[in-house]
Design a protein around this ligand. Structure first.
Ligand SMILES: Cc1cc2nc3c(=O)[nH]c(=O)nc-3n(C[C@H](O)[C@H](O)[C@H](O)COP(=O)(O)OP(=O)(O)OC[C@H]3O[C@@H](n4cnc5c(N)ncnc54)[C@H](O)[C@@H]3O)c2cc1C
Length: 310
């Protein structure tokens, strides 16, 4: 492990990997990523991987558009799969208010150069056959959205950075950050120290505990999140992703079946008393009671889910 670096990135999830990649692409090749376990073993490896570009602010939308550009080209650059599927996305409107929101978003999307189209419920169903059109007023379709394999993406990003000179240190836990005169001096790990003047906290849900090493409060609370994967049932592989914000559910195609998840009205915070130090490559126990309201909603939009094997 290097003993000096221009910057040290803590955390080998997709966030840290992307930061390392872009630093190296911008010419910061003397950079080190430190990961306490294996790259992607935090939240990243079980992300559903939906990629939607239209966000609530110009800068976030621009970042997402840049990301999609990168996803299109990264495989050719580093020779590793990223699992990018540019299948498009559907966002349903199940009320007049939602339709107005989509209409506003469509106008807004144009100013970003995003090809967002407003389509009819039947057109949406033509693209996403398992959905019913019951209660659907219209939909927005964005052909350049899609989904990606978060682990493959992370491996490709670190490889792109490594080829430019970055170092990736797995099984290396940051235990302290030395600061003097208001300036970072050194990152202390269980495998040695790296002197540096710049530290990036890309610790995901662990970011608050890394922040505490330098008395910085990172206002972040992890929430448990569940999705299910159905067995293949002959659904088209190239269906767009689909969100029904009124029913709080999202879907994406997965090997002829579906991934379905959603956003709970009363989400469950997790790890408030501290996250176990070895919580890597691990999942939470399924909580079907908590998932039931989302499942009920999902069956309204995609009735075949009622009998699907998961
Ligand atoms: C079930 C689920 C579905 C999701 N679906 C989507 C989706 O469809 N689309 C989407 O955009 N997002 C989705 N997300 C969110 C997405 O997965 C996360 O936002 C993303 O993976 C976070 O990446 P990260 O790099 O910030 O954190 P992480 O992947 O958690 O990486 C942080 C890393 O920091 C390391 N670390 C922590 N402390 C230290 C230390 N002291 N020293 C060294 N290393 C340390 C950890 O080991 C970990 O690997 C989903 C999340 C979940 C849980």
């Amino acid at each position: 492990m290097r003993t000096h670096a221009r910057a040290v990135v803590i955390g080998g999830g997709v966030g840290g990997a992307a930061i390392l990649y872009w630093l190296s692409r911008l010419g910061w090749t003397d950079v080190v990523l430190v990961e306490r376990a294996r790259v992607t073993s935090g939240s990243t490896f079980h992300s559903a991987g939906l990629v939607g570009q239209l966000r609530g602010s110009l800068s976030l939308t621009q970042m997402m558009m840049n990301s999609v550009d990168l996803y299109r080209n990264l495989k050719d650059e580093v020779g590793l799969e990223t699992g990018w599927h540019e299948v498009g996305s559907l966002r349903l409107a199940s009320s007049q208010e939602r339709m107005e929101e989509l209409t506003r978003q469509a106008a807004w999307a144009k100013t970003f150069g995003l090809p967002l189209e407003l389509i009819s419920p039947d057109e949406a169903q033509g693209m996403f056959p398992p959905m019913t059109t019951d209660g659907v007023v219209g939909a927005a379709y964005l052909s350049t959205d899609g989904y990606i394999d978060p682990s493959q993406l992370t491996f490709a990003l670190v490889e792109g950075a490594r080829r430019r000179g970055a170092e990736i240190c797995e099984d290396t836990r940051v235990t302290g950050i030395e600061v003097s005169d208001g300036q970072v001096r050194r990152v202390v790990t269980d495998r040695g120290e790296i002197s540096t003047e710049l530290v990036v906290n890309a610790g995901g849900m662990f970011a608050p505990e890394i922040g505490r090493m330098v008395q910085v409060n990172v206002p972040l609370i992890p929430f448990a999140h569940e999705y299910l994967i159905t067995r293949p049932s002959g659904l088209p592989l190239d269906m767009p992703t689909m969100r029904d914000p009124s029913l709080l559910v999202y879907y994406r195609p997965e090997s002829g079946g579906l991934i379905m998840g959603g956003y709970e009205r009363e989400p469950a915070p997790w790890g408030l008393d501290g996250i176990p130090g070895d919580f890597n490559g691990r999942l939470l126990e399924p909580d079907w009671d908590r998932f039931e309201p989302l499942m009920t909603n999902a069956v309204v939009r995609t009735p075949s889910l009622k009998d699907a094997e998961v």
